[in-house]
Design a protein around this ligand. Sequence first.
Ligand code: AVJ
Ligand code: FE
Length: 420
Amino acid sequence: MDALKERIAADLTAVRERSHLLTALEDDQLVSQVSPLMSPLVWDLAHVGNYEELWLLREAHGIAPLRPEIDTLYDAFEHPRASRPALPLLPPAEARSYIRTVRNKVLDALDGLGPHNRFLYEMVIQHEHQHDETMLATHQLRTLAAPFTEPAGVPGEIVPFAPETLVPGGPFVMGTSDDPAAYDNEKPAHRVDVPGYLIDTVPVTNGAYQAFIEAGGYDDPRWWAPEGWAWRRSREIGAPAFWFKEGVWLRRRFGTVEEVPPDEAVQHVCWYEADAYARWAGRRLPTEREWEKAARWNPETQRSQRYPWGDTFEPGRANLGQIRLRPSEAGSFSEGASPSGVRQLIGDVWEWTSTDFRGYPGFRSYPYKEYSEVFFGKDYKVLRGGSWATDATASRGTFRNWDYPIRRQIFAGFRTARDL
Ligand code: AVJ
Ligand code: FE
């Protein structure tokens, strides 16, 4: 077996171990729904297997459907999340057995992996990791203890940093045309001219965000976009999701309560909160272009890199892949700095940008419209960089995520910017 096939097989095995760990609960916990925003965990589990069957067995290898009658149950477009618990879903044991059967057939077919179907493999691996991150968000919404524990011993040294970093004006190459793992929405590579700007060297911390809270930021319409203010007034919200105050600020995280650590990147804020904080601070959210230029552009080589630190993934340069179950302290992972000197762009928290999710010039949907294209428009904001919960296979300088500006259950924070 050549190196690529070995790597793909290892990635498939690794992500499946994750998925099993995240569903190591009693059946009643897997079939019940903790929030209308999320699927029952047993839906995610069978869905990743059904997606693997569709794209690898049927599409990549022309193998006849194993269980065509269940396709409709696991089609995310036919059944919105809120309606999924009422479906006649495969019970947990059957779901596990179905996805095992699919996987064994995929491993048997792996010999037929080649340049023509490689992306489908990269897509299926990333897809399961993306659902694992979604399952982690489901666990965070539960009040019970999670079936996994905090790994010990990370991260390392905190290296001091200037609060903001200058990125000079000029063109850079955004997106990619040749990354074998890139989704359709990351393509094609194109030159964009970005005027000079200053951007926070690290994401906004809990401590900085607390200052906004204590300054009455949640009650001051001056800082909020009109729709953001309407959102804020429609509910009793005065802090990030999962925070509550008992003398000091506390947060619930995977069923346990702890003091909010001031130096960690803030997470579980929606776009409207991020936008309001930025205005209160006399700043703004970065555009998606600004985020990517800060992360990828190397002025010395005049090229855009796959990661802030270079072209290959290197563990230890980012808080990625659940090496810990929360963002790291500001100033950690200094080895992950970009050529411009901006830090913690990859990992820690997804970062809200000011940009609506749209296709790049020359966009072509592949391999299906419902991955990206149907979400293009004004409704969704782009998030960049991945979080502590994102796997390395689904994180790179070109990767684009998107969500509604009201969403708070995802592992999202932000950094701010300003014009020169
Ligand atoms: C890219 C995270 C917005 O979860 O809705 C999963 C990823 N697409 N299955 C989502 C996805 C199909 C997607 N996000
Ligand atoms: Fe999916």
